[in-house]
Design a protein around this ligand. Structure first.
Ligand code: DAH
Length: 334
């Protein structure tokens, strides 16, 4: 008689029957069949024990007891599981599972870009300043050396909210550029200053892939005893390298702005073409004077960059309108 084989077979069958039991009735059936005292598989096994030669009895008996204990333990464990109160479907909490992360919202790609811009500029020593989006003509034009007859002041090219009248002392408009914050900063603070200001600007442009009537700019201003064009080029070059990568080629082209002299346009190379990312220059002495600074004692540079353009360039976004349409399939990619 091969005791070992009968033992193994018994244990295997018993554990399977207990394992598959899904109700108290099935488990009771398994108990009767495998652990019943009067009859059943255990009883059969026990009767076999009687035929074991005396010298082998202690070993085979021990083996029998071990197996019986294991099957009994498995049965008791299963009984506890089946008795455990059933929870409502879906409410089971398995604390051993790894945390299931909720899909959190994300920052808008432009917000991410703005944060990164401020961060880069902070590392270059530029503090962040804010200015209002509703402006007067002094801050949006006059102090910036933009004369009354300048085309930029055409009411059709601006969002005027009110005109000067006996009721309104001053005309109000949505700012058309963040250069307003240069003026506000210099009016409030003594030199030296080193600031950036990020925000929305508004122009009644025809909306297309590269234009919107509302967009974001970053204005930069640095004024001190010996700020030069070399300082400007260095800062813009470092900025472009930090955001677009060390090797990005940059170019400065002569240009004109009423508030800077000399003025440049700032381009970055993309593939085979140069992309214009903003304007810059040395702050015009008239602007310094308008803010109460002495143009003989200090000089400064300023720049204004289109934020969306940088973000579009880095991510290969082909249309500025994507930023303002709140299309989740677009936003979720950032
Ligand atoms: N304000 C200009 C614009 O909206 C950009 C600009 C050019 C800002 C030159 C500056 C600057 O500060 O120096 O197009």
């Amino acid at each position: 008689m091969d005791y070992e084989q009968s033992f193994t077979q018994y244990e295997q069958d018993a554990l399977v029957a207990i394992g598959v039991a899904t109700s108290a009735e099935m488990l009771e059936q398994a108990r009767i069949e495998f652990l019943g005292k009067k009859q059943g598989r255990l009883k059969d096994l026990q009767s076999v024990l009687g035929t074991v030669p005396v010298d082998q009895k202690p070993i085979v008996g021990k083996r029998f007891n071990e197996i019986k204990e294991r099957v009994t333990a498995a049965w008791e464990q299963k009984q506890l599981t089946l008795k455990a109160p059933k929870k409502a479907a879906g409410s089971e909490l398995d604390v051993t599972l790894p945390g299931a992360a909720l899909a959190l919202g994300k920052l808008h790609p432009l917000t991410q870009t703005i944060e990164e811009f401020k961060d880069i500029m902070a590392r270059l020593g530029f503090e962040s300043e804010e200015g209002p989006e509703v402006e007067d003509e002094w801050h949006n034009f006059v102090a910036l050396n933009i004369p009354e007859d300048h085309p930029a002041r055409n009411p059709l090219d601006n969002f005027y909210l009110s005109v000067a009248s006996t009721v309104n002392q001053e005309a109000r408009l949505l700012r058309s550029q963040t250069s307003t914050v240069q003026i506000r900063t210099m009016e409030r603070r003594k030199p030296p200053v080193r600031i950036v200001s990020v925000g929305r600007v508004y122009r009644p442009d025809q909306i297309d892939a590269t234009h919107h009537m509302m967009f974001h700019q970053m204005e930069g201003l640095m004024v001190g005893p010996d700020v030069t064009m070399a300082s400007l080029k260095t800062v813009l070059q470092l900025f472009a390298a930090a955001y677009l990568g060390e090797s990005v080629p940059v170019r400065f082209r002569p240009s004109f702005f009423p508030f800077t002299e000399p003025s440049v346009e700032f381009d970055v190379r993309r593939g085979n073409s140069w992309l214009e990312l903003g304007g810059a220059g040395m702050v015009d002495p008239n602007v310094l004077s308008a803010c109460g600074y002495d143009p003989e004692a200090v000089s400064g540079f300023a720049f204004g960059l289109g934020i969306a353009r940088f973000c579009m360039m880095r991510h290969g976004i082909d249309d500025i309108r994507h930023f303002y349409e709140n299309e989740l399939r677009f936003l979720q990619q950032f």
